[in-house]
Design a protein around this ligand. Structure first.
Ligand code: ADP
Length: 152
């Protein structure tokens, strides 16, 4: 049976940390669906079209990666796409606490979907989209934090 994972996130912007999680997940799953959540409450900094274009630029030629956007619950996306796994990255204990809540609620709502965590690679442990945005907003150089070839 195909093992399909959804990797949900804002990717505002995608960082080398996200990229690393996706590439490390490729051998584990038949397909990784990188899904940009359109979260009504959370206003994004970079427009959706731009975030989508970056994902396509990085993973467009990767056979095991599908790219999409979605609104609503991640478990509903899993249901639509027949995904049995939700993939998340863990950097800190704060990430763990946050993810534990979401993962366990998702488990109660949809027991057939397992949340799978990959421990962040040490070199990206401090890389976060929010800090990258802050650096960018203030005119700093973010090239070392975003995937190669991404022009902001
Ligand atoms: P969200 O808005 O859902 O937090 P993000 O785009 O910030 O979405 O993150 C998506 C996923 O990527 C989350 O599981 C997050 O923990 C993980 N992630 C973010 N930054 C890194 C990083 N530097 N290394 C590994 N995983 C990361």
């Amino acid at each position: 049976m195909d093992r399909i994972a959804v990797f949900p996130g804002s990717f505002d912007p995608i960082t080398r940390g996200h990229e690393s999680i996706i590439r490390r997940a490729l051998p584990l799953f038949s397909k990784v669906i990188v899904a940009i959540g359109e979260n009504g409450e959370k206003r994004s900094f970079f427009p959706l079209e731009q975030r989508l274009a970056w994902l396509r630029q990085i993973f467009g030629n990767e056979r095991g990666v599908a790219i999409m956007t979605y609104a609503g619950l991640t478990i509903d996306l899993c249901r639509r796409e027949n995904a049995q796994y939700i993939l998340r990255g863990l950097r800190t204990s704060a990430d763990f606490e946050f993810e534990r809540g979401i993962g366990q609620m998702n488990k109660l709502m949809m027991p057939g979907v397992e949340t799978v965590f990959l421990l962040c690679a040490p070199e990206y442990a401090s890389v976060s989209s929010s800090i990258v945005r802050d650096i960018f907003r203030n005119g700093g150089d973010i090239t070392q934090f975003v995937p190669e070839g991404i022009m902001v």
